[in-house]
Design a protein around this ligand. Structure first.
Ligand code: 13P
Length: 340
């Protein structure tokens, strides 16, 4: 019964070409985003900004789930409705970030391990009580001259599986996020190799720790050349490499793959997702974007109550573009077209 509920929730998240809004920026990350628009990061401004996103009319046509941060899941909309209740009333499934961030990995240079396992069983029970139906944990793998190490890949995979097991036990769909960062000047082949190695470790640990693959969603990076490199690669090639990599490692039983945007521009993230869906695979291939759904909305809002409508228009547009990309129906022309 519990396994069936997990599978139903996971399938609902990737149903009908919909995807996830990642609005789970930690205090330090949201401060960075607010710094970029010269807005002080106060609790009220963080609440008002998330309220803008969640009350966007019609966004539920394209967004099936929202990942919240610990502070946000306890906050309320302007009319006093708790955020998880507001989202659920629109048919959007509330989720929660449960890791406590990537910390320096002991006895390793320039590598991190994600923390947050202590007390996790109790926190998951409370989040479920607060309305969450899925939980996210992000592991970070960096590419450099002599990294990632085997040590970093396997310790992160082990922690991801420990969280995923606790999450399934608590009746929350684990959104398993092993992010291979695209910072650096590496080639797309190197990105393929490191992503492949990471996925191998993650699915080995998930299996060893008894996770039901049909009750999870995978949130990975796309296979891209490093952002600081000079290699020019077409969206078709990115799509081909990405799908090949996941076909090798991800069981067909996994209900969906929801990509992170990872520092791509808004349009790049949409264009690549569209190309990936034109190649296709045995799973729905959707999005769980943070920056690539919010960058224009944040700019349009700029912390001004008078700009809430402009911020919501920008967010709705990106959500719609990415939903079209999930169907493989996005184009540069629809990107430009002004909605009727
Ligand atoms: P980006 O899409 O901005 O990479 O964020 C997604 C996310 O949730 C990272 O953990």
């Amino acid at each position: 019964m519990a396994a069936q509920e997990l599978q139903e929730t996971a399938r609902a998240i990737v149903a009908e070409g919909k995807g996830i809004l990642a609005a789970d920026e930690s205090d330090s990350t949201i401060k960075k985003r607010f710094d970029s628009i010269d807005v002080e990061s106060t609790e009220e401004d963080r609440r008002a900004y998330r309220d803008l996103l969640f009350t966007t009319e019609g966004v539920e046509e394209y967004i099936s789930g929202v990942i919240l941060f610990d502070e946000t899941i306890r906050q309320k909309s302007a009319d006093g409705t708790p955020f998880p209740e507001l989202l659920a009333s629109k048919g959007i499934i509330p989720g929660i970030k449960v890791d406590k961030g990537a910390k320096p990995l002991a006895l390793a240079e320039d590598e991190t391990i994600t923390e947050g396992l202590d007390g996790l069983r109790e926190r998951l029970a409370e989040y479920r009580e607060l309305g969450a139906r899925f939980a996210k944990w992000r592991a970070v793998i960096s590419i450099g001259k002599s990294i990632p190490s085997e040590y970093c890949i396997w310790t992160n995979a082990h922690a991801l599986a420990r969280y995923a097991a606790l999450s399934e036990e608590a009746g929350l769909v684990p959104i398993v996020e092993p992010e291979v960062l695209m910072d650096g000047d590496h080639t797309i082949e190197r990105s393929f190799q490191v992503t492949s190695h990471t996925l191998h470790a993650v699915f080995t640990e998930l299996r060893d720790q008894r996770i039901h693959p049909e009750g999870i969603l995978l949130k990975p990076n796309m296979v891209l050349p490093g952002y600081e490199g000079s290699e020019q690669v077409s969206d078709e090639e990115i799509a081909h490499q990405t799908v090949q990599c996941f076909l090798r490692h991800v069981p067909a039983m996994v209900p969906g793959i929801v990509f992170l945007s990872g520092g791509q521009s808004e349009v790049e993230a949409t264009e690549n997702l569209n190309a990936i869906n034109r190649v296709g695979g045995p799973w729905p291939l959707s999005f769980s974007y943070g920056r690539a759904l919010q960058a224009s909305a944040l700019q349009a809002w700029g912390g001004e109550p008078d700009n809430v409508d402009a911020g919501q228009d920008a967010f709705l547009h990106r959500a719609r573009m990415n939903a079209l990309a999930v169907a493989g129906d996005w184009s540069a022309e629809v990107e430009q077209a002004v909605p009727a």
